[in-house]
Design a protein around this ligand. Sequence first.
Ligand SMILES: CC(C)(COP(=O)(O)OP(=O)(O)OC[C@H]1O[C@@H](n2cnc3c(N)ncnc32)[C@H](O)[C@@H]1OP(=O)(O)O)[C@@H](O)C(=O)NCCC(=O)NCCS
Length: 182
Amino acid sequence: MTVDFRHYTTDQAAAVRETLLEVYAEVYADDIANDPFAGVERFAGGLDNWSARPGWSCVIGYDDDQPVGYAYGAVLPPNARWWGGLLTEVDEDLVRETGARTYALSELMVRIPWRKTGISRQLHDALLAERTEERATLLVRQSHPKVHALYESWGWKTIGDLRPRIEHAPLMHAMLLDLSQS
Ligand SMILES: CC(C)(COP(=O)(O)OP(=O)(O)OC[C@H]1O[C@@H](n2cnc3c(N)ncnc32)[C@H](O)[C@@H]1OP(=O)(O)O)[C@@H](O)C(=O)NCCC(=O)NCCS
């Protein structure tokens, strides 16, 4: 199996939109059926919002032209809403954004046949290798301890509890990864 990792930025967002939504609908099929926070329309709105942001980048893995999964994110702006739902008290410098400090990894997903193959890590690394920010952040659901543990095994540190200020939002772990060493 040879997976080809292709990089995209805002200019190409419209061209990959359909692929991103199709993979989402497949990977999250169970959640979509049971969880109002997971609907495809809601996800599409989030994707359009994210892909219009400055510094949006995306990597899609292709196995013989079949999309197998992807990762995307964007840079946090000053006074980012991202930190608005933080429930844990932290030093204010930790959540101070400049518009060039932190890359937020918004999505990472892999279709089932390509799981446990290392592709998820490769997507993650391919996306973050291109970044110039000093650190990355992500949110992982507290109800998914195995995914949380996976990120910890990749070097991410948990900084606290966060519930995004969005209707139906679940409780998350907020995590940070130092990008300055890589
Ligand atoms: C997260 C993901 C990219 C990791 O892929 P991977 O490195 O190949 O690792 P796995 O798929 O084996 O996942 C690691 C463990 O987390 C569990 N897990 C993964 N996604 C999960 C989810 N959405 N809910 C609950 N458990 C999940 C897996 O079952 C696995 O547990 P196991 O070792 O007992 O089998 C992939 O599992 C995925 O696409 N999951 C669905 C989307 C998702 O949850 N993305 C993360 C958002 S923060």
